[in-house]
Design a protein around this ligand. Sequence first.
Ligand code: OMP
Length: 245
Amino acid sequence: MPVCQTPFILALDFPTADKAIALAEQLQPSQCRLKVGKELFTRAGPFVVEALQNKGFEVFLDLKFHDIPNTAAMAVKAAAELGVWMVNVHCGGGLRMLQACREVLEQCAGGKPLLIGVTVLTSMERSDLAGIGLDCEPEQQVLRLAGLASEAGLDGLVCSAREARALKAAYPDLALVTPGIRAAACAADDQRRTLNPNEALAEGADYLVVGRPITAAENPAKALEQWITQLNFTDKTKAKGVLAR
Ligand SMILES: O=C(O)c1cc(=O)[nH]c(=O)n1[C@@H]1O[C@H](COP(=O)(O)O)[C@@H](O)[C@H]1O
């Protein structure tokens, strides 16, 4: 049975380890997993990951590795050695990069992190894809990249919850990690493909990544509690083995 009892992953996009740890101290590992991303990790390094793990939290190391196969795979290995629960890589690195990342984990002794492929960032819409030479809807590109992730044997995908229904139909075994979660009253910020938490679960999302709507609240711990109370997730977590490690 996993420690965490909800699908929430809280994005700790803070400039210092002190701020991230201070918030974690107000939360329980049963309420959410914690995500350490580029800003916090670049400033605080592995120390902050270890500090959060020592408080009992499962950590998603969100560094979105995207490089030549060997470099990306060695970075994934380093993440595994930190004992993180989940790590992500960009599917845009291509099939050989994804395979190298999956293969390196097979050689790791001990607990392996879930290896998750980022498809199309939730901040992007059709016009952004046009700007990088892709003349298609985000969902088409997401499905194309999901095919690579599935072929490479990854555990899941980062996508918008808007694509979750189509992805679950095509790739039922892949866990869907969905950022861009916004309650009706929240600002979208730089997100473009958003959905509210209950809609996201109804569409098939397995994990809900939320940052600013909770971390920028006056009382983030209280805000998280409210988000949990308003969520219809009981049946889903009981039914789904995917929420276990
Ligand atoms: O991989 C991610 O976590 C991620 C992928 C993606 O497509 N979109 C996305 O927003 N994220 C991350 O999810 C978090 C969303 O934060 P908020 O927009 O503040 O809720 C940020 O830490 C992003 O880096």
